[in-house]
Design a protein around this ligand. Structure first.
Ligand code: AHR
Length: 675
């Protein structure tokens, strides 16, 4: 048994020579005259240093790594409406050959409806033989089928000639038929068909097949398939297991839709929220900027269907009881790509998009955009309180544009708080320049990003201790420790990265007066379709798991508390002495003192703890530990629970006790205290 496991039987040393006994302590005079020990942790429950914002720990959502299409958006058919650059991408017609005259069984062609039509293409199938012609869809790196699950299929069809019949089939990866149903197609007008097929087996790499019978000409569009177990059973819904992982985090906010995806490689390819609301079939498909971003992870089949659009993002935030935080283009394309700018005198439509979005979220159902929201089934407002202008922009071009947005938003909606950005750099000239401009502007929130090695996170646990308290509040909007020692891309979410983030986050918590939001990034990654790693949650077509970094986020978000308390180790904040990091908070709702402690040292450490100004302390505390002996250890689809929190009840001997922290561990301790 390794030393971490053997030491996991939490050593609680009762300081009996102080005269304390296990059980409630009501001798408040004892609490006020503590004995001091070397390395003693002292928490003063009467000294609150800051209120913690309910938005403190949130989530950053971006459609990168197949996070939306192929991920949380539960649609199983790739290129369902034939709108990719190659309209037949994702589809195959094995009995036919596009490049020769061998089309005796039949052939499908994309028909262009014209550039003005948001649903630009449909498929025309000429069936030339009675039985042989088939069309297959490969899904997103395969289609996940679960035994017993029903799959809801819908499609639009119009019959040009003949009396066609089709068989819709769920196939396993070895072509075994897992379910099938026949459909007669009729009528010369577009008609919607809906059927449900139950899968008789489980396969993560299944295929969808349509077999055509009867010589005919058929037009097809919006061929769509969802599992019946979507989140809250919604149509056009989200993948249940992935939303559940988010719900378990109890996030304070949901930032969407990114990330660089907001900006686009070009302005033309920026995220335009108005094109993502209303009927799903009218949402214009757009290339995903991560399609071409990394040549070593080229993803030519990555497009945005916008089935998960702004309405669905707002609804997700509402479901999670989190504040929505949409981020919009500020008229600058990604500066790592083209850096295209909209001229200052043509910025109006971009600013109008921001104003209209606030109306879409909050306006009455009688307003122009409130009516669109109501038409989608949500007459009540979404109570939007914050909006982001630009993602990772830098330089004067950004601040010139930001100021125009700020003036327009604040004049029409003075209560909306605006998130601005300090760019992609965590320090340096452009970072300083940006901060100065935003300070001058009296910006509400500055979004800082840092993707850095684990040591940087340890060294920067004190980052915000010295920040100006009079300036803008902080949104640590994208961060993740990138461990250069983790060589397998799927294992970059190793324990070292998570532990260093945990240590850093004690600094965020301690500075909760200033830091009011933070989020790990990116959120999701498909094991067969990622472009960027590390990521918080990984999945394939059937399964998903949280990384150790996920469990760190979960521990912090679920044990946030309402106020920061003064906590010192040897009379100084716990910011790395002997590899120890920590913060203490108070939970006003439950009357609990919460310790968040990180031991980055290899060995176990015993900490004498003293609670000051407590009238009584409960005789038990809830202790949650996240620990692992191997810093390169990581969870995986095969071993999703290698590094997960363990919860126990432990005895608390009174206002003085000793807490043993395992080497390389994160510990939460919740203790009921009467002040
Ligand atoms: O999280 C991945 C990317 O990192 C985001 O899109 C961008 O904002 C940052 O550069």
């Amino acid at each position: 048994m390794n030393r971490f496991i053997s030491s996991s039987k939490y050593i609680l040393v009762v300081l009996s020579f102080l005269g304390f006994h296990t059980g409630e302590v009501r001798n408040s005079h004892l609490a006020k005259s503590p004995q001091r020990f070397a390395n003693q942790v002292v928490v003063d429950v009467a000294h609150r240093t800051a209120a913690i914002s309910p938005t403190m720990f949130g989530i950053f959502f971006e459609d990168i790594n197949l996070a939306a299409d192929g991920g949380i958006y539960a649609e199983l058919i790739k290129n369902r409406s034939f709108e990719f650059d190659d309209p037949l991408m994702g589809w195959s017609q094995p009995a036919s050959n596009r490049w020769s005259n061998n089309q005796s069984s039949g052939f499908a062609s994309a028909i262009n409806r014209g550039a003005d039509n948001p649903n630009g293409h449909f498929l025309q199938v000429k069936v030339r033989s009675d039985e042989n012609y088939v069309l297959m869809n490969e899904g997103f790196r395969g289609i996940g089928f679960k035994e017993g699950m029903k799959y809801q299929i819908s499609l639009e069809a119009k019959v040009e000639e003949g009396n066609p019949r089709i068989t819709l089939e769920l196939l396993g990866s070895d072509s075994t038929v897992l379910g099938a149903q026949e459909l007669m197609l009729t009528g010369k007008e577009w008609r919607n068909y809906q059927i449900s097929i139950q899968a008789s087996g489980t396969d993560a790499k299944g295929i969808f097949r349509i077999r055509f019978h009867g010589i005919s000409v058929v037009d097809l569009d919006m061929i769509s398939m969802f599992p019946s177990d979507t989140w809250r059973g919604r149509k056009n819904g989200l993948r249940n297991d992935l939303v559940q992982l988010l719900a378990d985090l109890h996030p304070g906010f949901v930032r969407f839709p990114g990330g660089c995806i907001v900006e686009g490689r070009t302005l033309e390819q920026r995220y335009q929220w108005k094109k993502t609301v209303g009927p799903v079939e009218d949402r214009t498909t757009l290339i995903n900027r991560w399609n071409t971003e990394f040549s070593h992870r080229s993803t030519p089949d990555y497009f945005q269907s916008f089935g998960l659009g702004f309405f669905e993002y707002f609804q997700l935030a509402e479901d999670l009881d989190a504040e929505p935080l949409p981020i919009l283009s500020c008229g600058m394309a990604c500066q790592f790509n083209t850096g295209e700018l909209v001229p200052m005198d043509e910025l109006d439509p971009y600013v109008q998009d921001a104003l209209d979005l606030i109306e879409f979220a909050n306006g009455p159902a009688t307003s122009i955009w409130g009516k669109v929201r109501a038409g989608m089934g949500h007459p009540e407002p979404f109570h939007l309180k914050m909006i982001g202008v630009g993602n990772e922009q830098w330089g004067t071009d950004y601040f010139d544009r930001y100021q125009v947005f700020e003036a327009a938003i604040k004049s029409k909606y003075p209560d909306i708080r605006i998130v601005s950005g300090s760019g992609p750099f965590a320090e340096g000239e452009m970072f300083e320049y940006g901060w100065e401009a935003l300070r001058q502007s009296k910006a509400d929130f500055v979004d800082e990003h840092y993707y850095k090695p684990p040591q940087w996170f340890l060294d920067h646990a004190v980052r915000y201790d010295s920040y100006d308290r009079q300036g803008p509040r902080i949104f640590a909007g994208e961060y993740a420790a990138h461990d250069p020692l983790a060589t397998d891309p799927l294992k970059k979410n190793d324990w070292r990265s998570a532990l260093s983030e945990a240590a850093f986050m004690t600094g965020l918590l301690r500075n909760a007066d200033l830091v009011q939001m933070c989020s790990y990034a990116p959120l999701f990654a498909h094991v067969d379709g990622w472009q960027w790693t590390p990521d918080l949650i990984w999945f394939d077509n059937l399964q998903s798991y949280g990384t150790p970094n996920y469990y760190v986020q979960k521990l912090y978000a679920n044990n946030r508390g309402s106020h920061v308390l003064e906590m010192n180790l040897d009379r100084k904040p716990m910011t790395g002495q002997n590899g120890l990091y920590g913060a203490a908070t108070w939970d006003e709702k439950t009357g609990e003192l919460i310790f968040t402690l990180v031991n980055t040292a290899e060995g176990m450490q015993e900490l004498p703890v003293h609670i000051e100004n407590a009238r009584s302390v409960s005789s038990q505390g809830t202790r949650i530990d996240l620990r692992h002996a191997d810093l390169l250890g990581a969870n995986s689809l095969m071993d999703p629970d290698l590094i997960v929190p363990e919860e126990t009840m432990i005895p608390i001997s009174g206002v003085d006790f000793t807490l043993a922290l395992d080497g390389q561990s994160v510990t939460i301790l919740r203790v009921q205290v009467e002040r």
